[in-house]
Design a binder for this molecule. Structure first.
Ligand SMILES: *Cc1c(COP(=O)(O)O)cnc(C)c1O
Length: 361
């Protein structure tokens, strides 16, 4: 079977070129006579892999020197706990609730201190981003937390919240490297990589040095979750997820070749426009998010009829468009169109949707 168009929200499509390169290097990585999976994380070859990965990421995102980049394991969900463990020094944080992932992050933080939910879009099934220009944020919070792109609901903060001078912490799992970013506006940017960057299990945490200089907020913080120790050890405190980091490194190089984050942004906007333009004109399919807050990574849509949704998902699958079913908590459909989704994938999906609409109305 040939490759399908994979619209999965994560783990998700990776650049074919990267997969082929990894396949070529599977048995013998650059004359070492072994796979990257088999080599010591302290070897010279691996040292080059992880250092180049960090350097390329710094280059792509233009990460200032006073930020640490750490590659960890445990996915984004473990970072939900790492954030309060490392940053909740005054015992209080503000969370903006724009979906499941922000909710889960807040619930995890509540185990460590006081969580003040300063805004939420739960009233309309998270179909919009609340106005965050003048929130009532207590003076003594350690940070303000957002999930910048809401994978499940398909919303995106196109404007960062006014944190009233507090540190901004952002989960960017599903918009990582999708467009240029000004790292200096954040205290912490982090993500699990399996949405847009690599294989599941790896987390990338970018944190401003001064926030971790004195170590974590709680002395019981597990060493593995202690960002200072991890940063001091260049992500090699223990055996890191070596193979996953190696694939991330290849994806960074692919993005550079594709024109960096400016290139990705243009590519992603083009794809999203094709799909949203169709949703706006279709009589059968409708986007579920208010226009100004639409994500260009995750595009949820519905027909308004659950049976018709199911029929669409099944016929789409048979035609080679995989994983279009919406998240189990919301139903309908969702097309995730991350960096590695080619334009043809979206063009062909829209063609298929047009055909389905003609046949079923
Ligand atoms: C997928 C996702 C997560 C959870 O990632 P895991 O690596 O499975 O823990 C967290 N936040 C966002 C925004 C996500 O899309």
């Amino acid at each position: 079977m040939g490759r399908v168009y994979n619209f999965s929200a994560g783990p998700a499509v990776l650049p074919e070129e990267v997969l082929k390169e990894a396949a070529d290097e599977m048995l013998d990585y650059k004359g070492t006579g072994m796979s990257v999976m088999e080599m010591s994380h302290r070897s010279k070859a691996y040292d080059t892999i992880i250092k180049e990965a960090e350097a390329d990421l710094r280059d792509l995102m233009n990460i200032p020197d006073n930020y640490k980049v750490i590659f960890l394991q445990g996915g984004a969900s473990l970072v939900f706990a790492e954030v309060p463990m490392n940053l909740m020094k005054k015992g209080k944080a503000a969370y903006i609730i724009t979906g499941q992932w922000a909710k889960k992050a807040a619930a995890e933080a509540e185990k460590y201190g006081e969580v003040v939910k300063v805004a939420s879009s739960a009233d309309k099934t998270f179909s919009y981003i609340p106005d965050c220009s003048d929130l009532d944020i207590p003076d003594d919070v350690d940070y303000v937390y957002i999930c910048e792109n809401n994978t499940i609901y398909g919303t995106k903060f196109w404007k960062l919240p006014n944190t009233k001078g507090h540190e901004l912490v952002a989960d960017v799992s599903s918009c990582f490297l999708s467009e240029p970013v000004d790292v200096s506006k954040y205290g912490v940017i982090y993500g699990g990589v399996q949405k847009n960057v690599g294989p599941s299990g790896v987390q990338i945490v970018i944190v401003r040095e001064d926030l971790i200089a004195d170590g974590p907020a709680f002395k019981q913080t597990p060493t593995m979750c202690d960002w200072k120790i991890q940063a001091d050890n260049n992500s090699l405190y223990n055996t890191p997820p070596c193979y996953g980091i190696y694939i991330c490194g290849k994806v960074f190089k692919w993005i550079k070749k594709m024109g960096g984050l400016e290139g990705m942004k243009a590519h992603n906007e083009k794809k999203a426009k094709i799909l949203y333009d169709f949703l706006d004109e279709s009589k059968m399919f409708k986007g579920t998010v208010v226009k100004e807050d639409r994500s260009i990574m995750n595009v949820p849509f519905v027909t308004g009829n659950a049976d018709l949704d199911a029929k669409f998902v099944a016929e789409a699958k048979a035609a080679g468009f995989e994983n279009l079913k919406g998240h189990r908590t919301v139903g309908g459909m969702r097309a995730s169109i991350y960096n590695a989704m080619p334009i043809e994938g979206v063009e062909k999906l829209v063609e298929f949707m047009k055909k389905f609409e003609a046949e079923n109305s």
